[in-house]
Design a protein around this ligand. Structure first.
Ligand code: BG6
Length: 458
């Protein structure tokens, strides 16, 4: 029996965009995702956008019952900024206030620890139109939005997240064209990353000023970078990959400072963002109270085979190649490697290099296509998912035994939901969603998760 510490949290994470959906006259404004889908629907998997998601906005009362039935003691979701403040600034949508307050209240009434994220890849289009995160005005608009959230919901919510995986919109939106605005512009990417970090620090500041006892964090995908070999050039490649992928947000969020080596690389390529000493002070003085960590797959890299063409736009990959490890274990549906040991390595990195700060594993999960074929008597027999969870929990438990300060395990996700790049192709839920009927049914993993939570181990 693997036993977790007393009061260890068991639950799941979702996001507003991926679960809520929207209906006519709900007062929601357009987000970057709504706008992009309207403009270029062919860029979305099977031409499906976030209109319906898993209809949580309409059905949250019944859906919340499933939290209990699957043994949740914690739940993380996000507020859609464009739902609360349709124009990004100014007027607040009162219907959104009613929805979020009632939803939050029902969750805490069930004694479930509620963690509320302010930003999960979605910005009101009104702000995106004016440059989005490239524009410093967005930083101050976000700070006002955060203040509004702390004021409107601070009596119900005491645990907050400023941003989910802020590196993703940076790389997907400004380097690799997977997210709107689909730019290839490293200079903009760096400014977006810096502005996001500043916004996170400002939200932390306001949170602590408004509610001294509240705790606030950022959620990062702290993928360890594993070198192909111990050859010094491979090791160097992994070191630099980690500077970009993990430490660009981890260091300023926990230590209040950027790694000097990262600054040196940015200077060398004339990529430094516009910043002021006052802003750096805000970042320095407002670090997180704890960390959220999402983990799906490791990052494996090797020294670059070729020198970049002198006219090629800058990419972090100028310093490393992606490396496919022979014999790796794969989730073929998502195309992601499964490497349970990554959790242990993340935990030891936090313990040894980041003051052993408290943290929660805020996402871990397995997206599988065509799960209907595993359905027996109406229940999806997702043993592969249970094995996936067990494998990762063994490593997490080992890390806790070795002194890691992890306080909970949240899976991705609660009910099968819409995904940014894959719509409903890969299902992650503890509860299945029938897209035609909207019927929701607990999977075998959902029942297993309840036992896991009740036994505080397995
Ligand atoms: C995480 C995100 O990175 O991965 C989620 O926070 C996302 O929003 C999840 O859905 C799974 O990735 P995907 O692309 O399969 O939906």
């Amino acid at each position: 029996m693997i036993q977790f510490p007393k009061d260890f949290l068991w639950g799941s994470s979702t996001s507003g965009v991926q679960s809520e959906g929207y209906v006519a006259q709900d007062g929601k404004g357009e987000s970057n995702w709504d706008y992009w889908f309207k403009k270029e629907p062919y860029k979305f998997h099977q031409g499906i956008g976030p209109q319906k998601a898993s209809t949580f906005y309409e059905n949250y009362v019944e859906d919340i019952e499933f939290l209990e039935k699957t043994g949740h003691t914690a739940f993380r979701t996000s507020i859609q900024w464009s739902r609360l403040m349709p124009n990004g600034v100014g007027e607040v949508n009162q219907q959104a206030v009613v929805f979020y307050r009632d939803m939050f209240k029902r969750i805490i009434d069930k004694n479930i620890k509620l963690i509320v994220n302010l930003y999960h890849f979605d910005i009101p289009y009104a702000l995106q139109k004016n440059g989005g995160w490239e524009n410093k005005e967005t930083v101050y608009a976000y700070a006002e939005y955060a203040k509004e959230c702390f004021a409107l919901f601070g009596d119900l919510v005491d645990t907050w997240i400023t941003f989910n995986e802020p590196y993703v919109p940076v790389e997907c939106g400004y380097l690799y064209q997977y997210h709107y605005p689909c730019k290839v512009d490293a200079k903009a990417a760096v400014q977006v990353a810096y502005n996001t970090q500043l916004a996170s620090a400002l939200a932390i500041k306001h949170c602590h000023e408004q509610h001294a006892h509240h705790r606030i964090s950022i959620v990062l995908n702290l993928t360890p970078a594993y070198p192909r070999s111990q050859h010094p050039e491979d090791v160097k490649a992994a070191h630099i990959a980690e500077l970009f992928q993990a430490r660009s947000f981890l260091d300023p969020s926990v230590k209040g400072e950027y790694p000097q080596e990262l600054i040196d690389i940015l200077k060398e390529h004339q990529l430094m963002p516009e910043y002021t000493q006052d802003e750096l002070r805000v970042i320095k003085e407002n670090t997180v109270d704890f960390l959220g960590v999402n983990y799906y797959q490791p990052l494996r890299v090797a020294a670059p085979k070729y020198a970049p063409h002198p006219n090629s736009p800058f990419f972090p990959e100028h310093y490393y190649d992606h490396y496919v490890m022979p014999g790796r274990k794969m989730n073929p549906h998502r195309g992601w490697e499964i490497y349970e040991r990554g959790i242990y390595d993340i935990a030891m990195n936090i313990k040894n290099n980041y003051g052993n700060i408290d943290w929660i594993l805020t996402e871990n999960g397995m997206g599988v296509e065509g799960e209907e074929k595993y359905c027996v008597d109406g229940i999806i027999q997702d043993d592969y998912r249970i094995d996936f969870f067990k494998g990762h929990l063994i490593e997490l438990h080992r890390a806790i035994q070795d002194g890691a300060n992890c306080q909970g395990y949240l899976v991705w996700t609660f009910i099968d939901c819409w995904s940014w790049l894959n719509a409903y192709k890969n299902r992650y839920g503890l509860v299945s969603l029938d897209l035609q009927t909207q019927q929701k049914t607990i999977k075998k993993s959902g029942y297993w998760f309840k036992e896991l939570s009740q036994n505080n181990g397995f």
